[in-house]
Design a binder for this molecule. Structure first.
Ligand SMILES: CC(C)(COP(=O)(O)OP(=O)(O)OC[C@H]1O[C@@H](n2cnc3c(N)ncnc32)[C@H](O)[C@@H]1OP(=O)(O)O)[C@@H](O)C(=O)NCCC(=O)NCCS
Length: 309
């Protein structure tokens, strides 16, 4: 879906969207394609490139706020679709930070010997919870999925440090009100679209730049690195101006910052693993590289991870 397509839906312009967000187009899943369908494709691709079998996987983590069902988890749906006979599968609900949470949990499981090989999928069908008449949000959000496989190894590569933090007081800056058990759909639900994403963009913007920079700085320090040692910086793709603001605070120059927001928009939990996949495809990730990922999302919640590739 291009910005020109959105011009037909709401009072906006390609110029406004590109200059304020950096987004030129985004991908919207067909009605018949569910979140778990996308997640399955991503998980299959990750397992193929890692050369691991379904039997070897003992942990499946799905990060999403748009699961196929309220019950059970998307991870269990994925397990049914792909078959992981020896795994436990569960979801992480941490909005755009979900992939970093998933990676942190997998890292902890592996370090403590509770798991050996994990698949972490970030997948979202945000188009289903987007109000397509709200120009404040519909130009930003999109659908997609990305996945990684992590495993125990002795070679010095791996997760160097992680950082997670949240502040529930700022929940109303980005949320969907109706559809849970506090405000369930009822017969008299007014259909005022309060089951769709509502956002205070300006306030979020400020918190995002500050906290993403703090989180990234923390994992860099905890990994005994400096910003100069970061080979590739992979931020959540929410807004090019947020990305540039964070990189500037960290003094990481633009050629070490991975950006694909112009093509995909904000795919929430899928954004970082999609970016990792593309960076890998483009030959930007070599063994020994220091990769720092950082994300921020509804909760509010934010986090970062430093990884030796
Ligand atoms: C949403 C966002 C792009 C708006 O950019 P901004 O620089 O704050 O916007 P500005 O202050 O320049 O402009 C706001 C005006 O643009 C209007 N506007 C909002 N969306 C618009 C659109 N798609 N097209 C045209 N105008 C739009 C607003 O109605 C407002 O108009 P008003 O001043 O008459 O009320 C920006 O705040 C943002 O990206 N915030 C973070 C959002 C985010 O990343 N959320 C997910 C976090 S994971």
């Amino acid at each position: 879906m291009t910005n020109a397509d959105l011009e037909k839906l709401v009072d906006t312009s390609d110029e406004w969207i590109v200059s304020r967000t950096g987004i030129k187009q985004r991908h919207i899943a067909e009605d018949s394609m569910s979140n778990a369908d996308m997640a399955a494709e991503a998980a299959k691709g990750a397992m193929e490139s890692a050369g691991v079998s379904h039997e070897e996987i003992d942990l499946v983590i799905s990060a999403t706020v748009t699961p196929d069902y309220r019950l059970p988890s998307n991870a269990c749906v994925l397990q049914e679709m792909l078959g992981f006979p020896n795994a436990v599968a569960f979801d992480v609900v941490a909005a755009c930070t979900g992939f970093i949470n998933g990676l942190t949990i997998a890292d902890s499981f592996i370090r403590t010997g509770r798991a050996r090989k994990a698949v972490i999928v970030g997948s979202e069908k945000l188009s289903a919870i987007t109000d397509w008449s709200d120009r404040n949000t519909c130009v930003l959000f999109a659908d997609g999925a990305g996945a990684v496989v992590v495993e125990a190894c002795d070679t010095g590569s791996g997760v160097l440090s992680t950082f997670l933090r949240s502040d529930g007081k700022m929940r109303p800056l980005l949320w969907t009100k109706v559809g849970g058990t506090r405000y369930p759909y009822t017969d008299d639900y007014p259909f005022d679209k309060s089951d769709k994403i509502r956002m205070n963009g300006a306030d979020l913007f400020k918190v995002a730049v500050k906290e993403m920079a703090n989180a990234a700085r923390q994992v860099i320090e905890d990994a005994n690195l400096t910003p100069d040692d970061v080979t590739l910086f992979v931020p959540h793709q929410a807004n090019i101006r947020i990305i540039e603001g964070v990189a500037k605070r960290l003094k990481i120059d633009r050629d070490r910052v991975f950006v694909n927001i112009e093509e995909y928009g904000n795919t929430s939990a899928a954004s970082v693993p999609i970016a990792l996949h593309e960076a890998s495809q483009q030959g930007l990730l070599k063994p020994g590289d220091n990769v720092v990922m950082v994300a921020f999302g509804g909760g509010l919640i934010w986090g970062a991870a430093a990884v030796k590739w």
